[in-house]
Ligand binder design. Structure first.
Ligand code: SF4
Length: 278
């Protein structure tokens, strides 16, 4: 099963209304990472209300809580709340609450894989491997419907390795096509690590930016078409006027941590953060 753009938005995007504030309880987080306090996993954030809504939701950005605004569960929260646990929340099911938090962490990884796989199958360049990707989407999707005990027992690293191999193959195919057309792009930097650098003069179309540290870089007006941004750290990167509409393997979380404006071009699957327009 693959998701249409509309279904992708619905199933792999955050829907806090259908969740029990799982990310605000299940995760360990620290103040230094942009969360309100230092907190152990399994303890509710002090700002989480009994209705599972955040009491300072509209002020997260103003209060500098970038960890909260950037976090993306890829729709795992509502899947765990409404499907795995059939609407029974952790405050009512105290005995199983720790299990629910562990399940949420597993589900988030599965949904993240689905996000990337669905991006991969939406591309035309890698049509030769679409059958393999489709099969992996179906296998991964099936896992998300397992019961809690089975979810916790999953060998996630081994499944992740299989998914990563397909994502890597996709990246090579897509980027090589750009490099073939543009022979001058031989010098595209790999594994770029350039915190705070001005990258406006570098041709980054089709670049390998997997896991690159692009923190506070100047990417203003840069064309990132077919660049692979999986795992790239875009915190405070200046994306004003940049073209990310055809980059590959980018997430809402990465976008939420960067700076952009109304001229930044985004893929259809991502939302423009409201604070980019202030
Ligand atoms: S501040 Fe709000 S969004 Fe952030 S962890 Fe706490 S309850 Fe969740």
């Amino acid at each position: 099963m693959t998701y249409s753009d509309t279904e992708l938005y619905k199933n792999l995007r955050v829907d806090c209304e259908k969740c029990f504030g799982l990310c605000c309880v299940a995760l360990y987080f620290s103040k230094s990472e942009g969360f309100p306090t230092d907190k152990v996993a399994g303890k509710p954030c002090t700002n989480l209300q009994s209705n599972f809504r955040c009491s300072i939701h509209t002020n997260l950005r103003n209060q500098g809580l970038k960890g909260c605004t950037a976090y993306d569960c890829f729709g795992a929260g509502q899947k765990v709340a409404q499907i795995t646990y059939n609407g029974c929340d952790w405050s009512k099911e105290k005995e199983s609450s720790n299990q629910m938090f562990d399940v949420f962490l597993v589900m988030r990884q599965l949904h993240e894989m689905l996000w990337y796989l669905n991006q991969a199958i939406s591309l035309k360049e890698n049509i030769s491997i679409h059958d393999k990707i489709r099969f992996m989407i179906e296998e991964t999707d099936k896992l998300t419907y397992l019961n809690p005990d089975s979810l916790i027992e999953l060998d996630i690293p081994s499944h992740q390795d299989k998914v990563n191999a397909l994502l890597f193959e996709t990246s090579e195919i897509v980027r090589n096509k750009v490099c073939f057309v543009k022979s001058k792009t031989k010098n595209i930097p790999r594994g770029l690590d350039c915190i705070g650098s001005d990258l406006r003069k570098i041709d980054l179309k089709g670049a390998n930016l997997r896991g690159a540290f692009l923190i506070a870089t100047n990417l203003r007006g840069v064309d990132l078409s077919k660049a692979d941004l999986i795992g790239a750290d875009l915190r405070d990167a200046d994306l004003r006027g940049a073209n990310l509409s055809e980059c590959i393997f980018i997430t809402q979380s990465q976008i939420n941590t960067a700076k952009g404006d109304s001229n930044t071009k985004l893929p259809k699957s991502l939302n423009r953060p409201p604070y980019w327009l202030e």
